[in-house]
Every structure is written in structure tokens, then in C-alpha cells.
Design a binder for this molecule. Structure first.
Ligand code: 5GP
Ligand code: MN
Length: 343
């Protein structure tokens, strides 16, 4: 069977287009979004393996570097955190898991107009920022899923490091094959990865069961602090810089915490507000089903997916909390109004 037949029909055209686009470029700078998660890193790694197999020169780039909890993951090259002193001058940028230039970090966003670019992504909200070609498909659970299809379209076997890179992205963005985006296509792709020797459970073990005591202390403190709003429909928790310092925890130790807020029965929206600087807060929102947190994030200048979204607010923590909760309330009221109309 030709490899392209292994790609679900819905994704075939996009995968073939991107595989063809990759054949036409060289000296590629590969980047995901800042503060990369497992999907950004998995996609970065997958891209490196694909480019290497195609005989292309490439550089892996992430302005903020890799978080500590992903440093165990083998990558097909050094991750550069600056565009100064690169081994060669890139001619093309391959932008992954990122829908907006500012999420690439300032340095690359500034350099972007001087480069041709390709964009592969699964975020809602645009056709892509690539100057040469774009493949943005919100039906994909993870950008790494799209990278798997690009590899198949390029005639490459989904084995070894490439398979693990795809698995890392999928495990991350489906919450370990649990979230609503865990489609039949994801299960078939994972079945193939496992058949070909990818140790999915080993990967989950490395990702999930390596907590530090700092993280344990931080989560304990935040669980006590969590509170309900809007008659129990919204779970909210603010995190201050001093919490991280006092618990001896890192910013990345918050990864996964907002999902815990959703565990409270009756909660429609979980909201975490993290102070990054005295006048700068990052928020993370999670929901289930039709409840749209992307609309709320977008109203505040952020973005993401229907059930997982985020953004930043240039405000002090208390003010940011007010603004965020008001926006969540407004969106829920709007959705309640709409469902009332159709009833
Ligand atoms: P998280 O809450 O885990 O940081 O992000 C959840 C989702 O929202 C991810 O898909 C992420 O890409 C998106 N997201 C988070 N922060 C921002 C932001 O500042 N702008 C945009 N456009 N998307 C964001
Ligand atoms: Mn993603």
C-alpha cells in the first residue's frame, strides 16, 4: 500500500502539499511557540527528523528554550535560543504549533519578514502566517499529528525517534488520549506508532511521574486557594510570583494545574491566572463540550482552542482577576442566552 493511503482522506491533500513544499526549501529554521509544550517540542523534533531524511540543512530554535520536564526528550539537534551566531543563515522558517508571529518570540517575529516561511498548525483563528505555504487544520488534535501525515506523504516510515516525537505531541495535546480531540484518527495513528515499537506508556511515565517536591508543595497550596465563582460554574485560582519562590517551584510546575480545577463537579470553566511580573499575568482557561473558552481568550487578546485557551493581561494580579472573571462571565451569559433562544 502506498504510504499516502495511510493518511486519512481529510488530511491527505494538506500533507502532500506540505511534503512537496519541504522538498523545495533548504536551510530551514524550525520553530514552535514560546514556552513550548510537548506538542511544540514533539513537532519541532518531528520536523528535524523529516528534514534530515530529506537531506535538508536545518536549525531547531526556541527563544525560551525547553522546559526542564522535556529535557529528557532526545532531539535531532541543538535547540538554539538566539538567532545570533547560527551555523548558517536560514533561508526559510518552518513555523509549528503557532498561529501568530508574536508567539514565536520577538527575535524571530522581527526576522520573519526577511524569510520565506511555511506554517503547520492546528489552532483555530486563521489561515496561517506562512509566506510560501500554510496548513492550518483545527481538526487535528495536535500539530504533531499533522507532522506524522507530512512524514507519510514524504514517504518516510513512522518509526523510532520520529514516531516518539509524534507520540510526545499527541500525548500532550490530548491529555494522554483523554480530551475531546482524541479522535478515531488519533487512535489509529497511535496504534501504528505502538505497533512500530513506540513505547507510549514509557513516554507517559517520563512525562507524568517525575514531580519535584516543589511542585507538590505548589499544587497543595493552590488547591487550597482555588475558589468557585458564578454559583460554582467557574473555578478560579491566582498564582503569585512569591508562591513559586516560597514553594521552590518553577513556572513550568504549573503545567496541568488548570485541568485540576475542572475536576470540581459543576464547573464549566476553569481559570488559572499566573503572575509573571508585577504588571503582567498569563491566564489559562479550560472547558468541556460546547463551552467556548477560546472566545473568552480572544476577547482579551489571546487565543487557542474551543476547550483550551490562554493569553496575557498587562495588569496587576487583582485587576487581571477582575477582568478575566468578567470576560468569562460575559461569555457564559452569552452562551446561556443563545441556548435559551434555541430551546
Ligand atoms: P495554555 O493555557 O496551556 O498555556 O494554552 C492553552 C492553549 O491556548 C494553547 O493552545 C495555546 O497555544 C493557547 N494560548 C495560550 N496562550 C496564548 C496567547 O497568549 N495567545 C494565543 N493566541 N494563544 C494562546
Ligand atoms: Mn498543539
Amino acid at each position: 500500500m502506498p504510504q499516502t493511503e495511510l493518511i486519512p482522506a481529510h488530511f491527505r491533500d494538506g500533507a502532500c502539499r506540505m511534503a512537496a513544499a519541504l522538498r523545495d526549501v533548504d536551510r530551514v529554521l524550525v520553530s514552535g511557540h514560546v514556552n513550548p509544550d510537548g506538542d511544540a517540542v514533539g513537532s519541532l523534533a518531528a520536523a528535524g527528523h523529516i528534514l534530515r531524511s530529506l537531506g535538508k540543512e536545518f536549525i531547531l530554535y526556541s527563544s525560551t528554550g525547553l522546559p526542564q520536564y522535556l529535557q529528557f526528550f532526545p532531539l535531532p539537534g541543538t535547540v538554539h535560543t538566539s538567532l545570533e551566531h547560527l551555523p548558517f543563515t536560514p533561508r526559510c522558517a518552518l513555523l509549528l504549533d503557532c498561529g501568530e508571529p508574536h508567539r514565536l518570540g520577538r527575535e524571530l517575529a522581527q526576522r520573519l519578514p526577511g524569510l520565506t516561511s511555511l506554517n503547520i498548525d492546528h489552532h483555530l483563528g486563521g489561515d496561517g502566517m506562512g509566506s510560501l505555504a500554510n496548513w492550518v487544520d483545527p481538526e487535528a488534535a495536535a500539530t504533531a499529528q499533522l507532522m506524522a501525515y507530512v512524514a507519510l506523504a514524504a514517504g518516510l516510515p513512522l518509526k523510532n525517534e520520529l514516531a516518539c516525537a509524534v507520540a510526545l505531541g499527541i500525548i500532550t495535546d490530548t491529555g494522554g488520549l483523554c480530551h475531546g480531540n482524541t479522535s478515531a484518527n488519533i487512535f489509529s495513528l497511535c496504534a501504528r506508532l505502538v505497533e512500530d515499537g513506540c513505547d507510549l506508556t514509557g513516554l507517559r511515565e517520563r512525562l507524568e511521574n517525575t514531580w519535584s517536591m516543589g511542585r507538590m508543595r505548589l499544587w497543595g497550596r493552590l488547591m487550597e486557594r482555588a475558589r468557585l465563582e458564578r454559583n460554582g460554574e467557574v473555578a478560579f485560582c491566582p498564582v503569585l510570583l512569591e508562591d513559586l519562590r516560597q514553594c521552590r517551584a518553577l513556572k513550568e510546575d504549573l503545567e496541568g494545574f488548570v485541568e485540576q480545577l475542572r475536576r470540581l463537579g459543576g464547573v464549566r470553566v476553569a481559570a488559572l491566572l499566573r503572575e509573571d511580573a508585577p504588571q503582567l499575568c498569563k491566564f489559562s482557561l479550560r472547558s468541556y463540550g460546547d463551552t467556548d473558552v477560546r472566545a473568552t481568550a480572544a476577547a482579551l487578546g489571546g487565543g487557542g482552542h474551543l476547550n483550551a485557551a490562554g493569553g496575557t493581561l498587562r495588569l496587576r494580579s487583582e485587576q487581571a482577576a477582575e477582568v478575566l472573571l468578567a470576560a468569562i462571565n460575559a461569555q457564559l451569559a452569552k452562551e446561556d442566552g443563545l441556548s435559551g433562544e434555541t430551546r
